[in-house]
Each structure stands twice: as C-alpha cells, then as structure tokens.
Ligand binder design. Sequence first.
Ligand SMILES: *Cc1c(COP(=O)(O)O)cnc(C)c1O
Length: 471
Amino acid sequence: MDHPESGTERASATLLRQIPAVDELLNRPSLRALESRLGRRLLVDATRRVLQSLRSRIASGGLTAVSVELLEQEIQAQTEASAGFSLRAVINASGVILHTNLGRAPLAREAVEHLAEVATRYSNLEYDLERGERGKRDVHTDRLFAQLLGAERALVVNNNAAAVFLALNALAEGFEVIVSRGELIEIGGSFRIPEVCAKSGAVLREVGTTNRTRIGDYAAAVNERTRVLMRVHPSNFRIVGFTERPERAELVDLARQKGLLVLEDLGSGCLLDLAPHGIQDEPPASASLQAGVDVVTFSGDKLLGGPQAGILIGKREPLERIRKNPLFRALRVDKLTISVLEATITLYLRGQTQAIPALRMIQLRKEDLLPRAERLAAAIAACPGFSARVQDGESVVGGGSTPGQALPTALVAVTHSRHSATTLEGRLRCNSTPIIARVERDTLLLDLRTVFEDQDDEIVQAFRQIVNGEL
Ligand SMILES: *Cc1c(COP(=O)(O)O)cnc(C)c1O
C-alpha cells in the first residue's frame, strides 16, 4: 500500500502539470484586451504572482482543481488593482472638518482650476515678465499677504512645522529663545516645541509655570544670549481656571526694549473672524501683526482652507534673514502649492470665502443640514433591514484646532437588524468611493457637514449595495 503522503504528492504533481504557461495565459483574448488597455508590465507581474500563489496552494494541499477561467479572473483583478491609484478620494461622513488622516482641507474648485492651468503649462514662477529677466517666486505670495493682512513680507515652506524650525534656525541658532512652560506643546506625534527647538540649534529657555506665566518671567530670563521671545498657540488643548499669559503687546514692548524679536506660532492660521460661527479661541493672524509680532507662522491646510504649507509673514528684516538661510531652499514649496495658495487667498480678497470648502462647512448651521439629514435617513430606512433616524450631535473642526469646541449638527443614526455598526462601518469603507463614518454605542453615525452635497446619493447607493450583498 502507498504511504498516504505520496498519494497527496501525486495529486499535487497532477495539478502542477495542469497549470498553464505564462505565455499561454497572456494569449487568451481577455488578457490580450487587458494588455492593450493597461500595458504588458503590470499584466505579466500579476500573472506571475497569481501562478506563484496557485503553486503554493497546491503544495499545501488546499486545492483540488485548476480552473483557467478563475486564474484569468484573478489576474484581471490584480492587474486592475495595480493599475489603479492608492491615493483616492473618500467621502468624509465623520464630521471632522480638518481631518488630518483624510487630507485636512479639501481645496476650492477655483484653486484647483488655477493649479491645472499653471501646472500643465509653463509659468512665470521665477520670471519677471515686465523686465524679461529672472524673477523670484516669492513675489506671488508677498503680494497676497500684503493685501490681505498688511504683511511686509511672506515666505512659504512645506508645512508649519518647517516654518517654525526654519525661523528658529535662522533667527536664534546658537542663541536663546524664551518660551513659556504653558506653551511647550506637542502637535500630533513628532512636532514638539522643545525638540524642534533643539534640532534648530536654538537653545530653549523655559519660563513661568504650566498655567501662569507673566511678562516679568520673560524679562528676568533675558540675557546677552537671548534673541527671540516665542509665543505658541496651544492649538489642541486648553488650560482653564487659574491661568495667565502676557498679551502680545507686552511681549513686543519687552522685545523692543531689549533688541529682541517676537516669533509667534499660530498653528491654524485663521484669516477670518470665526467667532460668529462658534469658533472662539482661534486668534486671527491679523491680530498678531497689529500687535507688532515680527514673524508669525501658520499652516496652509488648517483653518485657512488651502494646500499643505507653512506660511511665515511679518516684518521685512527678519523674513529676509530667514529667506537667505540655506534651509529655506530645502523647505520651499513648488508651483503646485503656490498656485493653490494664490487662488485660495484670492478668494479671501474677493470676499468669496464660501467657495473654500472648509470655511463653508464650518459656517453650516444645524438647520442647514437638517433637510439633507432627513432625506438621507428616509432613503436609508427604506432599505430592508435598516433603521435610520436623525439625531442631534456635534461636528468638530479637527486638525489640532479649537479643542472642546463643537459645532451643533444633525446626525443620521443607522442600525441594522443583523449587522453590527462596526460591520456596517467596514462595508462603507469598501465602497468604490470609500465612506468614512463614526460608530458610537453600536450605532453608525453619518454627519453630512463634511459630505459634499453631490455625494449624498452615493451614500444611499452604498446602503442599497449592502442590501444586495454587493458591498
Ligand atoms: C498644526 C500645528 C503645527 C504643525 O503644522 P503643520 O502644518 O501640520 O506642520 C505647529 N504648531 C502649531 C501650534 C500647530 O497647531
């Protein structure tokens, strides 16, 4: 009698012989059609991968027959997947407006149109059209921040972390920068003021306490090695109660007396007064300039609602010094960012901030969202197995700004007779345009504040697909 193992081995050997050759597969009409659409390279890679995985399944005894049709389908699916994009649009139904994991600020259509025009052609990025000679890319953004905020000079780098790092390096390398202990913050993982300071070569001098720091604390710490008084907006947390920090004007006065500079990291870069829309505690950049702060830094993709960027604005002299620093060249942005930023700031200048999605979303009231939420809830409730109703809830600005401040919203709360909320959340993420929802107390929550109106139907469609077993 045969040893049982050798029977399995013989079966495997038979199956292995049935595996078609790569060329034979590639010659099948469906795969030839695929090749003419997506090219040979991805197709051959996918074919090899599929055959390799088939061989290991046969070797482990997990297969009883080889189907060429199934192989073809698998090769097609894998080729399509590798020919597609990894970075894709998603539907943000989380209600977090500046969701760092979902790309922060969605861009205004006007901004992307300008980008497409500038980026697909040549441009005057560094060309002075009047003189017909080399120019500077800075002119494009200088003009805008001068008009919008009265800044003497503006520089744009890759993000606000880079802006702070660059400013500290250019203005205080080898010297001291004074920061209040209440402002030694961490923003999302790796951006920590003490560490950025250390990397920049500036020596951090902490003053005051976590909750109270007075102007006298700064004054007492000034010595011949001091160059900068730094103020940091505590973006993502609040210290409430027995607190004190000097006014900007007091820091500016002290700096003038001692021949120092004031640097302020604003974080969000709020260019509008959002207090009427329920956003307190986000100081507008204009207030910093008016108080006489020398260099103000903020992000482009937080409350400003534009591209990822770090913006430095303020007085000419310190900004020229920052511009001459060799790190500027390493951290500067390209024409893509400049064009999007230019078009976004132009919307502010024209008073068309409603065209900036993040600002429009912040300004939506619960009453604006209610009719859409009712419609969506009704459409979902019409899907067999689903229950849906509208309930009060809260959206947040996100992006490390305005902690503890929520915007009242109308949520669509969804449950299913068999599936858990977590299962539903996972299915929605598999939608052809993935839908990102929240789960709370085994209820799926959809917040339409962050959903573009033309995406409502796609959400309904996804629920219908769940019913049909297609999702
Ligand atoms: C968000 C933030 C940063 C980092 O800005 P990025 O543009 O994300 O690099 C730095 N400082 C403060 C206070 C912030 O809020």
